[in-house]
Design a protein. Structure first.
Length: 647
């Protein structure tokens, strides 16, 4: 009897598996509330059992197919005008009803952190935008961070279409949201955003193995990464290195004494004075990688007590933990996000309050980045946190030895790894075009980017089987220290590489050299970036006859001791923003020793000279990581792209 029961259970399990396998299964993108591409054939696909008949009922029409031996199926729906909402019924051995479907324009948005950055991260600047968001026909599908070294995937594990309404708009890519909002308000058609972005990633990670075929070193890496034994060995080496480093350090004294240094009853002894903001290496602490604790007593008025509050701690390099009155209220594990932490309404008290920040720095300078807000506030009451704090070193990290890093291979940075897992599952989905905001992670090899970006554009167009899909991107904004002398710049070289990709058809670039921040690789102004991309889209993707770009370098001619620069995209004419003399132009002769130049607008050209350079050959404009005041624009208010003529 027991054997019969076991056999019966096995048969039942097999029946369940067989029944489950025969069900029609859809990719995550094909679901309720999706936005489908208007005026183009629409792919709908999925999986079922072998030779299963699948039917789609949509927009008063019926479409049929039969699965192949692999159980895959695809039905191509005819081009449909913008509209909705629609319902789609997909039937096989089971039936699936999809509701609230819209037909409009779908954009695949990708890149690194500046495309990742959500409205929620910028909710101070865009509080009003978030509060007023009510665009039920602007929707985002957010793809989670995924990697694959062993080849392409055909399914995403999760994902939903969400509308830009109320608090649901917070997870939207800020750049993509402002782009979509502009197009929606212009054309009054639904706009879908498929957001596949991962911070700190290089362009080669987003390109397929086939797309990288002309890059032997990258192909070699891809082949090596397919060996799981090699990957596991690298992980073991990294783990051993981390253990070795930890064993060589003294544990954080701020957490291992009789009382933690954040404890409300801890009495500080031997603490020194330090300024916030500022790096500790600039204030008498030499070459310290490790943990430094900061402490400050603040006086809180009764008017601020019993209310929800917030504390802004600018940016901290690299990681931090914030304690107030002995309670942890916030923590961030890496250097880029701005620190904006909510404070519970019952934590602050009238009179003396203790603020403690544990700062961990792994390499380079550590501490608080200047030029950012440092304050605690509620309502109209604000306490300034800038000024002198007390500090004490909790832990000193042992110097790293050799070339072994502190972590295993970064999967998300490997060539083709993000394409395999985050792009490949999407290529059946019909789209209007691509948005791309990336480049920061490739600034150490701008010459390589000159080939990599055209390869990526061709690759994605090939995968979507549309050779001329619009491809739009953001040129890197200004960032890092300003240099008041003409100098070399990796960021300028990367911008030049991006500029060169405009030689490909149906491409467009939003110039952002005036939208960055010297102390933040994630500038707060995402609205202007998105709206400039939308302007480019109106020209490139929608065919409007508009001025969509600032001046772009066209040619240079030499006349005596002057060089005349000609531009495209001059619009209604060239102007110097603010009426000041043109700046950021540099000139050089055959020695390529650049000096600042005088420059004047003459019609649609700029004349450049320096009386000390009698035989000029080359001109550069805004050629720096963070040019001080690039003020050449067209009258439509669009800034000129940086350029150089000395190649």
């Amino acid at each position: 009897m027991k054997g019969v029961l076991v056999v019966g259970l096995l048969l039942a399990q097999l029946l369940i598996v067989e029944t489950s396998a025969s069900q029609v299964v859809l990719p995550q993108l094909i679901r309720d509330s999706m936005v489908l591409q208007r005026d183009a054939n629409i792919n709908v696909w999925g999986w079922a059992s072998k030779a299963e008949k699948v039917t789609i009922a949509f927009n008063k029409k019926t479409f049929k197919t039969t699965t192949g031996a692999d159980g895959k199926w695809k039905i191509v729906l005819p081009a449909t005008k913008a509209g909705g909402p629609y319902t789609m019924i997909i039937s096989g051995k089971n039936k699936i009803a999809l509701n609230n479907i819209l037909i409009g324009d779908v954009w695949f948005c990708s890149g690194q952190s500046n495309m990742v950055h959500q409205l929620n991260i910028h909710d101070v600047r865009y509080a009003d935008e978030i509060a007023k968001a009510n665009f039920s026909e602007v929707r985002q599908f957010l793809i989670p961070t995924l990697t694959s070294l062993q080849g392409t995937k055909d399914k995403l594990p999760t994902g939903f279409w969400n509308a830009a309404v109320g608090e649901a708009v917070r997870p939207f890519s800020a750049v993509a949201y402002f782009f979509a909002k502009q197009l929606y308000q212009k054309y009054h058609v639904p706009i879908g955003i498929i957001n596949a972005s991962v911070g700190g990633t290089p362009i080669e990670a987003w390109t397929s193995e086939e797309g990288l075929k002309d890059f032997p070193a990258l192909i070699s890496t891809i082949q090596k990464n397919k060996d799981t034994g090699y990957i596991n060995s690298q992980a073991r080496i990294a783990l051993a290195a981390n253990v070795s480093r930890q064993n060589a350090t003294v544990l954080d004294r701020g957490l291992t004494g009789p009382l933690p240094w954040c404890d409300i009853n801890y009495i500080p002894k031997g603490w020194q004075t330090i300024a916030v903001p500022g790096y500790w290496e600039d204030q008498g602490i030499s070459n310290l990688d490790g943990v430094v604790w900061y402490r400050k007593e603040i006086d809180v008025p009764a008017s601020m007590v019993g209310k929800p509050a917030k504390v802004f701690l600018g940016r901290i390099v690299d990681a931090d933990v914030l304690y107030i009155n002995g309670k942890q209220v916030g923590a961030t594990t890496y250097l880029y996000p701005q620190r904006r932490y909510p404070i519970p309404s019952d934590l602050l008290k009238t009179g003396k309050n203790i603020v403690v920040v544990k700062v961990t720095n792994n390499a380079g300078k550590g501490g608080f980045v200047s030029g950012k807000p440092y304050c605690l506030f509620t309502g109209n009451d604000t306490i300034d946190l800038k000024g002198y704090w007390q500090y004490k070193v909790g832990e000193v990290f042992a110097p790293q030895k050799g070339s072994v890093g502190n972590s295993a291979i970064s999967l998300q940075n490997q060539p083709a790894a993000l394409y395999n897992a985050m792009v490949a599952p999407v290529i059946n989905y019909t789209i209007k075009g691509f948005l791309w905001y990336q480049g920061e992670s490739n600034t150490n090899n701008a010459s390589g980017y000159t080939q990599l970006q055209p390869a990526q554009i061709a690759d994605w167009r090939s995968k979507w089987q549309q050779a001329n899909l619009p491809f739009l991107w953001v040129q890197l904004p200004n960032f890092m220290d300003a240099n008041y002398l003409p100098s070399e710049s990796q960021w300028a070289e990367l911008r030049e590489a991006q500029l060169k990709s405009l030689s490909l058809s149906n491409t467009g670039m939003a110039v952002a050299i005036d939208l960055g921040e010297w102390n933040d690789i994630h500038p707060d102004n995402k609205k202007d970036v998105g709206e400039r991309l939308a302007l480019v889209a109106r020209k490139v993707a929608y065919g409007e006859d508009i001025v969509y770009s600032g001046p772009l370098f066209q040619s240079a001619s030499i006349d005596g001791n002057k060089i005349t620069i000609s531009f495209t995209n001059t619009g209604a004419g060239l102007v110097s923003k603010g009426g000041e003399p043109l700046s950021e132009f540099a000139i050089a002769g055959a020695d390529k020793k650049f000096v600042w130049a005088s420059a004047v607008i003459k019609g649609d050209k700029v004349i450049v000279w320096n009386d000390s350079v009698t035989a000029p050959l080359y001109v550069r404009y805004a050629w720096a990581d963070n040019p001080v005041n690039p003020n050449l624009y067209n009258k439509e208010g669009l800034t000129a792209s940086p350029f150089r003529t000395d190649q």
